[in-house]
Each structure stands twice: as structure tokens, then as C-alpha cells.
Design a binder for this molecule. Structure first.
Ligand SMILES: [Fe+2]
Length: 172
């Protein structure tokens, strides 16, 4: 995971993230009255890097939405597979179990994530995964972190586990 303080302050990705028009566009797409960028010095903007053999297994998200931009696809694998809306108000454990066993291909869709794709994804009720990466080309996805409340930061424990440090990187 590439942390926010690794990005060139005037580079394209950070400029895009810090642009108020983009913030307002995302806010309106999500139908929200209020939206803020994270105050997390590492987690506000990330690039997720997945290399040969890496995988992100089936899960539901803990957040209402994730905003991502696909930057580079792997040679093969790295598909974003999504079993949309399989967790409703009543827990549909049998469908979840069937997807986990690979017995419900009709419930699973590969979402198009060609480079350049901006995706707004609600993963609370949709179980999803990234299939194993194959080949020498890493898969890159930018993750733009927003919250409906201002000042969102992550805990020190999360920072240490995800970035291995608490001190911001010093720019030369
Ligand atoms: Fe997720």
C-alpha cells in the first residue's frame, strides 16, 4: 500500500484527490449532503499494489463506500469479483456459503476495472474479492478516502499494521 505522503503534492493523483470539484462530484454521485477527505496522513490517498500471487479473499466492507480508480491491470488474474447485494436485512447465509464454495457462479459478476475506471462501490452488503494476480505486471488501484464526517483519521494500530510507521515521511 502506497501511503498519502509518498505522492508528489502537485502530481496528478494527489491533485485529483485534493480537487474540490472531484469531491463534490463524488458527493453528488453518492447522494450525500456532506463529504470530506480523510485527515489521515497515510490513509487519505493510497495506491494498492498487488503482485504475482497476491490475492484479496472474499469479504464485506466495514464502510459504506469505497472510491477507487483502476490504474494498471495485471497480465492475468486480479479480477474484481462481486456478489452484489447478497446480504440484505435478513442474513442470507446460504447464498454467502454457496458463493464461498464456488457453487453460485450466477451470483458473481466480474466488475469492469480497466485502467481509468472510477468506481464508487458499496461493499457492506456485497461480498467481493480480487482473484490471484498472475504474471510480472502488478495491479495498481488508487483508493480515495472520504467520510461524511470531517477529521477522520485511523488508529495508530492500523497505521502500524498497514504502513509500518507512525512518523510522516520527510520530503527531501
Ligand atoms: Fe472490500
Amino acid at each position: 500500500m502506497l501511503a498519502y505522503d509518498h505522492f508528489d503534492p502537485v502530481g496528478p493523483l494527489r491533485s485529483l484527490y485534493e480537487c474540490d470539484d472531484v469531491l463534490n462530484f463524488v458527493r453528488r454521485c453518492l447522494g450525500l449532503d456532506e463529504l470530506h477527505r480523510y485527515a489521515d496522513p497515510f490513509g487519505a490517498l493510497n495506491v494498492s499494489i498487488m503482485r504475482d500471487g497476491d490475492v484479496l479473499d472474499w469479504h464485506f466492507d466495514m464502510t459504506d463506500f469505497v472510491v477507487s480508480i483502476a490504474l494498471q491491470s495485471a497480465e492475468s488474474g486480479g479480477d474484481f469479483e462481486n456478489a452484489a447485494n447478497i446480504r440484505g436485512n435478513d442474513h442470507n447465509d446460504q447464498v454467502v456459503a454457496a458463493v464461498l464454495r464456488g457453487d453460485a457462479p450466477e451470483r458473481v459478476r466480474v466488475e469492469p476495472m480497466t485502467p481509468g475506471t472510477l468506481m464508487l462501490f458499496n461493499g457492506r452488503r456485497s461480498m467481493h474479492r480480487v482473484t490471484p494476480i498472475k504474471g510480472a505486471t502488478p495491479r495498481y488501484v488508487a483508493l480515495l478516502a472520504y467520510d461524511t464526517k470531517p477529521g477522520t483519521d485511523s488508529t495508530d494500530a492500523l497505521k502500524l499494521s498497514r504502513y509500518g510507521r507512525l512518523a510522516p515521511r520527510r520530503h527531501e
